[in-house]
Write a protein of this length. Structure first.
Length: 136
């Protein structure tokens, strides 16, 4: 049996740019937005992230979103890039999401990276992140 040893990375994100653009809306339903996000990662994951997110923005201020983010940086001093596939919600001021490393997306010393995790944040504050990861 081939067992994989899983590690947990924790840290924070800080959003540097958040640019929403509405691409479809109706008078009585939620709007569809594309959001461009640039953020920095600190902690066990160090680096920069660039994401594109599709967001369902409801009239009450809540939202659901899905997206992809490329992270350029290091995990445990191993450098490279990888993609995160993200899905989450915003209710009130609380944002939370789950994510997983897109299989085959790791480059450099992060080639073979796999895992899942997520983040939680209050709008306008640093997000707490975690990623349980292993290498194939």
């Amino acid at each position: 049996m081939d067992e994989k040893h899983t590690f947990r990375a924790t840290g924070h994100t800080e959003v540097k740019a958040y640019v929403p653009t509405t691409f479809d809306e109706t008078a009585d339903g939620p709007a569809l937005n594309e959001v461009q996000v640039t953020e920095t990662f600190s902690g066990d994951i160090e680096g920069q992230g660039i994401a594109r997110v599709i967001q369902v923005a409801r009239r009450d201020g809540s939202a659901s979103f899905v997206g992809l983010e490329r992270v350029r940086g290091t995990i445990a001093d191993l450098s490279g890039t990888f993609l995160l596939q993200v899905s989450g919600t915003l209710v009130g001021q609380q944002m939370q999401s789950e994510w997983f490393v897109v299989p085959g997306s790791g480059t450099g010393r992060l080639r073979g990276l796999r895992g899942d995790g997520g983040f939680k944040a209050q709008v306008g504050q640093h997000g707490a992140i975690w990623l349980d990861y292993f290498f194939e």
